[in-house]
Design a protein. Structure first.
Ligand SMILES: Cc1ncc(COP(=O)(O)O)c(C=O)c1O
Length: 410
């Protein structure tokens, strides 16, 4: 950091302040995590200087001896982690990975059947403001009152709509999906099956939840959430779709891959292959279950009936009378970072919805366990109940900062 400090004090200071914010607060945003120093070292490496359009062994520029080493290694490790037939590690992030996957197998106007956005689906699964929604025709399925998907209903919908692609996966859904049923429904409807595992990739890699990769034709993911790598995307698929996916990534959608990012993904996959990552992934879920139990005790309404993964969606408006935005602001002041979130069929607007989403991947990286989750749940409850009391929020923040000193990030 010596160079940055000397050369650009403003950026240096912002980095230092962000470091402090991350260190002194409790990070409960379900899609965030702390990448390891080794991952960040690879990310900041000289690979950032290199152009390597194409794929290992068939690039458009010279000087690829070492880029090929890391990209091949990334693919090999990802295959091992997820039991995938084919892997493309070049997508720059999760949204481009989905766009590439759609482009690889669909024509403009084709129909995609995905999870309704207020029921947990991601923006790239059909939000009208996205490019993909301009190009493709999205229809959606929902969860039921018990928080589960009714697969008989989904089958009927698929038979009626005849989508070219059936999409599973989510950003704010907490229950285990039935992969076999998704796959069978897609086969029956003669649809391509795709799943976006951006949120749960680390839980899958750590074998804390079952692996959907063998059941789906195409699997997209991010690498920076539970998987704890650098910000980035990845696509896995059956051999049958390999050529189409690679062509859609480059030259179809992207230019030169970010080799520094691929090097960092490779390091993260190496970490995820280690036995201690299994313990980490299991602990993420254990921690989420404790938060669920404790928050229920305080009268919070947990959507979908609870959680099987790393996150909870909470109806704070329905249970505590404050909006998701108000809760997010109050919690922030108390040193607990969460995000406001719509709940299924939310009557409020997305900028000030009824819910908040909280997740345990980042706190688990800091080695917080069940005991700490009980304390965090208490702080969440206090901050929400005393959301208008600035002094109380400040007091909680002081306690949070003190508490965080015992849990260094790395
Ligand atoms: C399920 C899912 N897919 C895709 C994305 C998009 O990823 P990115 O922000 O890396 O583009 C997200 C991000 O939150 C996500 O949750």
């Amino acid at each position: 950091m010596n160079y940055l400090k000397k050369q650009d004090l403003k950026v240096y200071q912002a980095v230092k302040n962000e470091e402090k914010r991350q260190r002194e607060g409790i990070e409960l945003i379900a899609s965030e995590n702390y990448a390891s120093p080794a991952v960040r070292e690879a990310l900041g490496s000289v690979f950032t200087n290199k152009y390597s359009e194409g794929y290992p062994g068939r690039r458009y520029y010279g000087g690829q001896e070492y880029t090929d080493v890391v990209e091949k290694l990334a693919i090999e490790r990802a295959k091992k982690l997820f039991d995938a037939e084919h892997v493309n590690v070049q997508p720059l992030s999760g949204a481009p990975a989905n766009m590439i996957a759609y482009n690889a197998v669909l024509e403009p106007g084709d129909k995609i059947l995905g999870m309704n956005l207020s029921h947990g689906g991601h923006l790239t699964h059909g939000h009208p403001a996205t490019f993909s929604a301009e190009i493709y025709n999205f229809v959606s399925y929902k969860t039921e009152k018990d928080g589960k998907i009714d697969y008989a209903k989904l089958e009927k919908l698929a038979t009626k709509e005849k989508p070219k692609l059936i999409l599973a996966g989510f950003s704010a859904y907490t229950r285990q999906l039935n992969y076999r049923k998704f796959s069978a429904i897609a086969k029956k409807a003669k649809s391509i099956s795709m799943i976006d595992i951006a949120h749960i990739a680390g839980l899958i890699a750590g074998k804390a939840v079952s692996n959907p990769v063998p059941y789906f034709d195409i699997v997209t993911t991010t690498t920076h959430k539970t998987l704890r790598g650098p910000r980035g995307g990845m696509i896995m698929c059956k051999e049958k779709y390999a050529k189409a996916i690679d062509k859609a990534a480059f030259p179809g959608f992207q230019g030169g891959p970010h080799m520094n990012n691929i090097a960092a993904k490779t390091v993260a996959f190496g970490e995820a292959l280690r036995p201690d990552f299994k313990k980490y992934a299991m602990q993420i879920i254990k921690n989420a279950k404790v938060l669920e139990k404790e928050l229920k005790k305080y009268g919070f309404k947990i959507m979908f009936g609870g959680t099987d993964n790393h996150m909870l969606l909470i109806d704070v408006f329905g249970s505590k009378g404050i909006t998701g935005k108000e809760a997010e602001v109050a919690l922030d002041k108390a040193g607990l970072t969460v995000n406001k979130n719509v709940i299924p069929d939310d009557s409020r607007n997305p900028m000030d919805p009824s819910g908040i989403r909280i997740g345990t991947p980042a706190v688990t990286t800091r080695r917080m366990k069940e005991k700490e989750m009980v304390i965090i749940a208490d702080w969440i409850n206090q901050a929400v109940e005393k959301s208008k009391n600035e002094k109380e929020l400040k007091n909680i923040k002081k306690e949070v900062t003190r508490f965080c000193r015992n849990f260094p990030i790395y």
